[in-house]
Every structure is written in structure tokens, then in C-alpha cells.
Write a protein that binds this ligand. Structure first.
Ligand code: C2E
Ligand code: MG
Ligand code: MG
Ligand code: MG
Length: 254
């Protein structure tokens, strides 16, 4: 059975003990295989439980009110890592912002991360999943506008799975969508999933947004997505989440 970290072991302590790690999963241009971006994905190198994926600790971090703290740490580390990579680096790093962070004044941690690391604003993209309520949406809309004016990019994550996806798309200054892996995994066997991927792609293009498909696990899925005009792909078929060292050695020198 999977064990979660003990109740008294919090994200704040994990940060203090330097136990958080960032993995980077390449986002690839479908036409030529170029790595155009990486998505930062957090892990917890726990002293007794080993390397934990987010499903093992995000719920508790949420209950503890520590997701904004986690997001601040990730923002800083991801910007630092991309800035340190130098000329071989991909153009962009995508950082996930949690819903509770969207209800805070997140302009501050984002601009602080950019200023302290010297990363150009246009190289950072924020991935948002949906905003739960209208108040948060109105708040996020205001803060995102300022960041977008500075050049920061925004993508709507897990597109198709949220009840307020379209409202977020209508209101927020979004540059792209990420089609959820649920639809990608079903698209070759379930005609409805295929139709949903097609529709989301057409809608995004109609709105002049970039489209990334998540969870691409096979060459057949990649071919089907390419036929539908999906430009960017991410998934185990292309590359799994990698350590920074793996990213530099296997992808950037390829
Ligand atoms: P997400 O942002 O939608 O990230 C994509 C997830 O899909 C990642 O899971 C990734 O490892 C996984 N994945 C990538 N390729 C494939 C594939 O081909 N097949 C399948 N089945 N899965 C694939 P991960 O790293 O476990 O993260 C899960 C979720 O946790 C993320 O979903 C995101 O919502 C959240 N998360 C991860 N890192 C962070 C972070 O630094 N901050 C915040 N706030 N949330 C994070
Ligand atoms: Mg994401
Ligand atoms: Mg996603
Ligand atoms: Mg997700």
C-alpha cells in the first residue's frame, strides 16, 4: 500500500530540508521533433518513503494551505534552472500554478522569481487548471493581465476536464491550451474522444491559441494528433519527466 508522508511532515519542512526536486518533461514540436519547452514537475525526495510524485503529497499540501509556498519554490527553481542552462536550453519553461495560488497575489512570486534569476519573462509560461469560482477568476484575470503585459505566457491545463474551462478561456489572457491526456489516451478506441480532441483543436485554432496534447504514449496517437493539426506534443512516447542532468545530456545535446 502507498504510504503518505507523516501528518507532521509538511511542504514547508520539505523545502527547509531541501527535499523537493524538479523534473522536466520535454514539450516537442510535432513536425520536426524539436524540444520547444519543458514542463516543470515537482517530486518530493522523502528521507524514508523515497521519491514521491505529486499525487502522494499535493492533497495534504492543499489541506495545510501550503500550495502557494510550493508554487513559489517551483517558480524560483524552474526559472533558475532554465537561466543556468544557457544557449542549449529550450525556449520556455512551463510552471503549474495551483488553484489556491490563483487566489493570492501571485504577481509577486512570479516577478520575484524572474527578477532574482534574470530569466526573460517571455521564457516563462504558467499552466493553470480551472479557477473554481467566479471571485478567484476575477482576481486571477487582473493579476494575469499584468504578467502577460510583461511577456509571461499562459496555458490552460487539462483542457476538457473542468466545468469552467470555457469561461476561463473566455476571460483569461491565455496563449494556449493543453488537451488532457484522458482524451488522448482514448482517441484511437473511442470515437467520441477523437471528436473531442478534434473539436478542442479547431476551437483553439479559431481563437489563435497554441495546442499541446498531453499524455502521448504511442506513435499511433502522435500520428492521429498530427493529422488533426496538433502542433505540440508531450508524453512518454516523446520523453518522460527527466532530471535536469538527464535533460541536458540526452535531449539538449541530441
Ligand atoms: P499536469 O500538469 O497535467 O502534468 C502532466 C502529468 O502527466 C504529470 O504527472 C506527468 O508526469 C504525466 N505524464 C506525462 N506524460 C505522460 C504519459 O504519456 N502518460 C501518462 N499517463 N502520464 C503522463 P505528475 O508529474 O505526476 O503530476 C501530476 C499533476 O500534479 C500535474 O498534472 C499537476 O497538476 C500537478 N503538479 C505537478 N507538478 C506540480 C508543481 O510543480 N506545482 C503544482 N502546483 N502542481 C504540480
Ligand atoms: Mg501541467
Ligand atoms: Mg495536464
Ligand atoms: Mg493534471
Amino acid at each position: 500500500m502507498l504510504t503518505s508522508p507523516p501528518a507532521d511532515h509538511t511542504i514547508a519542512q520539505a523545502i527547509a530540508h531541501d527535499e523537493l526536486r524538479l523534473f522536466y518533461q520535454p514539450i516537442v514540436r510535432a513536425t520536426d521533433g524539436a524540444v520547444v519547452a519543458v514542463e516543470a514537475l515537482v517530486r518530493w525526495q522523502h528521507p524514508t518513503l523515497g521519491l514521491l510524485t505529486p499525487d502522494r503529497f499535493l492533497h495534504k499540501a492543499d489541506r495545510d494551505g501550503q500550495l502557494p509556498l510550493l508554487d513559489r519554490w517551483v517558480l524560483h527553481r524552474a526559472c533558475q534552472d532554465l537561466a543556468d542552462l544557457g544557449p542549449a536550453a529550450p525556449d520556455h519553461v512551463n510552471v503549474n500554478l495551483s488553484a489556491p495560488t490563483l487566489a493570492t497575489d501571485f504577481t509577486e512570486p512570479v516577478t520575484t522569481a524572474l527578477e532574482r534569476t534574470g530569466l526573460a519573462a517571455h521564457r516563462l509560461r504558467l499552466e493553470l487548471s480551472e479557477c473554481a469560482d467566479l471571485n478567484t477568476l476575477t482576481h486571477a484575470e487582473k493579476h494575469l493581465k499584468g504578467l502577460v503585459e510583461r511577456g509571461v505566457g499562459v496555458a490552460l491545463d487539462d483542457m476538457g476536464t473542468g466545468s469552467t474551462d470555457l469561461r476561463c478561456l473566455s476571460r483569461l489572457a491565455v496563449h494556449g491550451i493543453k488537451i488532457d491526456k484522458e482524451f488522448v489516451s482514448g482517441m484511437l478506441t473511442n470515437p467520441r474522444d477523437h471528436a473531442i480532441v478534434k473539436l478542442l483543436t479547431e476551437m483553439a485554432h479559431g481563437l489563435r491559441l497554441h495546442v499541446t496534447a498531453e499524455g502521448v504514449e504511442t506513435a499511433e496517437q502522435l500520428a492521429a494528433l498530427t493529422r488533426l493539426g496538433v502542433c505540440y506534443v508531450q508524453g512518454y512516447h516523446l520523453a518522460p519527466p527527466l532530471t535536469l542532468a538527464e535533460l541536458t545530456s540526452t535531449i539538449l545535446t541530441a
